[in-house]
Design a protein. Structure first.
Length: 202
């Protein structure tokens, strides 16, 4: 009887040990999986994102961090940087208001792209960076009174002509069309408002 009890106790102990080993193995896998998920999702935006203002920001920050030059979506070095340099090269051609616009728009495009990148919870792909980059163009131009510097539009077109024939010409033309449509609409509404005021004062 005593031997039977010892035998049963031994079997129970072995069974318990095997169960504990299985549980430990499962927990180990769960921990490894959690670490993997954290590594994938935890994106720490580089500090250089806040150092905007220079055209070199696209190279020294974006390109050096995300390495997109060899991909099909090389927005930092394949589009934004060269266009930014051309913009700077034509600043003497702008009127006084146009020069202010050129400085403000450059910083706006960089700051808003940086803000969008900071919202991400995982490291962006080069395609996402390009989409975010083009996505802030319209807002920056309109918010900085693009429609009010009509006399500088020819200089803008000359300065940005490479953008219209670049690999991303569709995005450039689409953005230009939206901006001109918005400016035309705002202009018509402004004229109508003034006409209404004149009628009211009469």
């Amino acid at each position: 009887m005593e031997l039977l009890f010892i035998h049963q106790s031994t079997r129970a102990a072995l069974s318990f040990s095997r169960e504990m080993s299985t549980i430990a193995a499962m927990l180990s896998k769960l921990v490894l999986f959690a670490v993997f998920l954290y590594a994938v999702k935890a994106f720490q935006p580089p500090e250089c994102l806040d150092q905007t203002g220079s055209c070199d920001w696209y190279i020294n920050c974006l390109e050096s961090t995300f390495h997109c030059s060899s991909s099909n979506y090389s927005y930092p070095i394949g589009f934004a940087h060269p266009i930014c340099l051309r913009f700077d090269g034509y600043k003497e051609w702008f009127s006084e208001r146009g020069r202010v616009f050129s400085l403000v728009i450059k910083r706006c495009l960089q700051q808003r792209l940086a803000e969008e990148l900071k919202k991400l919870t995982s490291e962006p792909t080069c395609q996402e960076i390009e989409e975010l980059g083009f996505g802030v163009h319209d807002g920056c131009y309109l918010d900085n009174k693009f429609c009010e510097i009509i006399t500088d539009w020819p200089t803008l077109i000359v300065g940005l002509r490479d953008a219209f024939i670049s690999r991303r010409w569709r995005e450039t033309w689409s953005s230009a069309t939206r901006l001109l449509t918005r400016c035309a609409t705002d202009g018509v509404l402004s004229v109508m408002d003034r006409f209404t005021l004149l009628l009211g004062s009469g």
